[in-house]
Design a protein. Structure first.
Length: 478
């Protein structure tokens, strides 16, 4: 009996190492073998550990119901056994499962119990891991300051404990937080360090995740070719690992860089892949948001409405921050000729966001609110906005200035938008400015270039306002 128990223990240790190396099928096979042997022997402790490992694998597969089932059983068994160290570990993983597609409220509650257990036992490493997972909750809720605070605390504790792996996990997520705070230089510095340290340890997953982040930084600093190359490398690594979440993470900057480079057909194929994967992650809105962002960038307004509505619904169900989903939905509605509905969603967003201000300028211009459109465009600060925010806002404001007879101001805006678009090198942005100038200023034949039907429809609405053409067909018939 002792030999059999020892064999199960050793098999669990091997399975844990395989989980950490992302050797999914090997880890699953070993964990299932231990589970079967533990059930036959009535060994509750090894059963609970095996179920925890299986739950982690299910969570990574995007199978939330199975993850909940296995991790919940692990929690229940360790609670019955009175093993608080292992109970805390299973609660941490159970909470993390909720982070990826479940309920952030439930995740916070589960992680709170784990935190209390670790604190009572003086388990500093356990507390640091709880902080790292609680940072995920804050991050997805939109509270980047709280996420930053929790990650810095976790990273410091891991450093004191000499836990390089834990510090890497905390620092990697902190790099993403820095990115969403607009602190690109700091984000890249962290990502480069994490990538190097992980690669030295033979970890293929963390370098791919950091490549995805650096690709996103390259994207929004208009280095599209570099973004495409980095995201392609990350995508290859995640596909090799069979990691669906990582695949979506890499496809985010990849799709947008492909659109900017004029490779829309490749971007559409990638969008379909993201949508297929999105069904594996419960109510996690990120995959649908990735697809929706690509759709509106291409000008696929009607498609964008459907996908952005899905992202919004999932975000509301999960309790995550939905501001970006609302703004993307509003842009898709503008591209579908429904600016009034777009404004309803924009009223519920953070007006200080450059993205929200840009789309607000577009929607307000399309309904003929000149004052509102110009004021929204004025909210956009170059240091915190993207080139696309500035281009869309300037084109929208130019339309209402023309309607007011302020032709010189409108020309200045369109010249500025043209400079921004050309410096960025985004073919969609360049086509939008060129078509707007041809339609509203030059009154020449319009060349749509890389504009999808949604951008053409939005431009049609702007031309109708600028030239006082209520029929709104100036662009459609050109």
């Amino acid at each position: 009996m002792e030999d059999a128990a020892l064999a199960r223990e050793l098999l669990l240790l091997r399975a844990l190492a395989e989980v950490e190396r992302r050797s999914v099928e090997l880890a699953r096979a070993d964990a299932l073998d231990v589970l079967e042997a533990s059930l036959a022997a009535g060994d509750r402790r090894h059963e609970a550990t095996a179920r925890r490992l299986l739950g982690i694998l299910h969570q990574r597969d995007g199978d939330l119901p199975a993850a909940r089932r296995e991790l919940g059983a692990s929690v229940d068994i360790f609670r019955e056994l009175g093993d608080d160290i292992e109970l805390s570990a299973s609660l941490r993983e159970r909470g993390l499962a909720e982070v990826f597609g479940g309920s952030l409220k439930d995740a916070e509650w589960l992680l709170g119990e784990a935190e209390g257990l670790s604190a009572r036992m003086g388990d500093r490493r356990g507390q640091a891991w709880v902080r790292q997972r609680q940072a995920w909750v804050a991050f997805l809720s939109g509270d980047t300051e709280l996420a930053e605070s929790r990650l810095l605390t976790a990273a410091r504790e891991f450093e004191v404990l000499g836990d390089g792996a834990g510090r890497g996990w905390a620092s990697g997520l902190l790099a993403y937080v820095r990115f969403y705070q607009g602190r690109f230089d700091e984000a890249e510095e962290l990502a480069t360090t994490v990538r190097s340290e992980a690669a030295a340890l033979g970890d293929p997953w963390a370098p791919a995740m950091m490549d995805s982040l650096i690709a996103a930084i390259r994207l929004w600093t208009t280095r599209f070719s570099e973004a495409e190359e980095l995201s392609r490398r990350a995508l290859h690594a995640f596909r090799e690992l069979g990691d669906r979440f990582g695949t979506v993470q890499a496809l985010g900057p990849r799709l947008r860089s492909l659109v900017a480079l004029g490779r829309a057909q490749e971007a559409e194929r990638g969008m379909e892949e993201v949508l297929a994967i999105s069904e594996s992650f419960g109510d996690l809105s990120f995959p649908a948001m990735t697809a929706a962002g690509a759709a509106v960038h291409m000008g696929l307004g009607e498609r964008g409405v459907v996908i952005a509505e899905l992202a919004l619904e999932r975000g509301l169900t999960m309790g995550s921050n939905v501001s970006e989903s609302r703004v993307t939905l509003a842009l898709a509605l503008c591209q579908s000729g429904r600016p009034e509905e777009a404004l309803e969603h924009l009223h519920e967003t953070d007006k200080a966001s450059p993205y929200a201000a840009s789309v607000s300028a577009l929607a307000l211009a399309m309904v003929g609110d000149a004052t509102g459109a110009i004021e929204s465009a004025a909210l956009i600060d170059e240091s915190s906005s993207t080139y696309l925010d500035r281009v869309v806002a300037d084109v929208a404001a130019a339309a209402v200035e023309i309607s007011l007879g302020e032709h010189d101001g409108a020309r200045e805006r369109l010249v500025r938008a043209d400079v921004t678009a050309h410096e960025a090198g985004d073919v969609v942005a360049r086509s939008l400015v060129a078509a707007a100038s041809q339609a509203m200023v030059d009154r020449t034949e319009i060349e749509f270039g890389h504009l999808g039907p949604g951008w053409r429809r939005a431009l049609d609405g702007l031309v109708a306002v600028a030239l006082h053409r209520p029929d709104g067909v100036a662009v459609e018939r050109a």
